[in-house]
Design a protein around this ligand. Structure first.
Ligand SMILES: [Zn+2]
Ligand SMILES: [Zn+2]
Ligand SMILES: [Zn+2]
Length: 159
């Protein structure tokens, strides 16, 4: 099997390593395009699939069903906390989840059970930014300050 496209996969791997969190193929493609690599989106998809299959990258699904990837700092089994706004990710261990998964699988007679558990939310910075944006919205008028809409309206010439 020819390996003539390994440099492209190396570039995708490097770009993935530079990303601050989980990214989609489109995100990576945009980053590579700004570097003038000439690497196409289809190549990015293929490279990411290869990296995920070989365990060099984590692949998971965002809440809107998009495949997202990350070069994880650990290859062992782990879980993630992911910011759905900026993609920042924290690798977490979840001992309770491991125990619960084993117990639940065994209770139903399942062996070789695997699981995927990731938590999507807003990171501290994004939550703060969202709060700031919300408090900048116009305040609703207090009681008694309702706009004056009760003035008599003179009907148009009623013919
Ligand atoms: Zn990870
Ligand atoms: Zn965030
Ligand atoms: Zn687990």
């Amino acid at each position: 099997m020819a390996q003539r496209n390994t440099w492209q996969r190396d570039r995708v791997r490097a770009a993935l390593g530079d990303a601050p969190g989980f990214v989609s193929a489109q995100d990576l493609h945009a980053a590579l395009r700004s570097d003038n690599t000439g690497i196409g989106l289809a190549t990015v998809y293929r490279a990411l699939a290869t990296l995920a299959a070989s365990g060099e990258a984590d692949q998971l699904q965002s809440p809107d069903g998009e495949a997202i990837y990350r070069a994880c700092s650990t290859t062992g089994h782990h879980h993630h906390l992911i910011c759905r706004s900026c993609g920042r990710a924290v690798e977490i261990e979840a001992h309770e989840v491991e125990a619960w998964a084993q117990r639940t699988a065994a209770a139903h007679g399942f062996t070789q059970a695997e699981h995927v558990v990731d938590i999507f939310g807003l990171c501290g910075a994004c939550a703060l930014a969202a709060d700031t944006a919300a408090s900048a919205e116009p305040v609703t008028p207090a009681d008694g300050a309702a706009p004056a809409t009760t003035e008599h309206v003179t009907p148009e010439n009623g013919d």
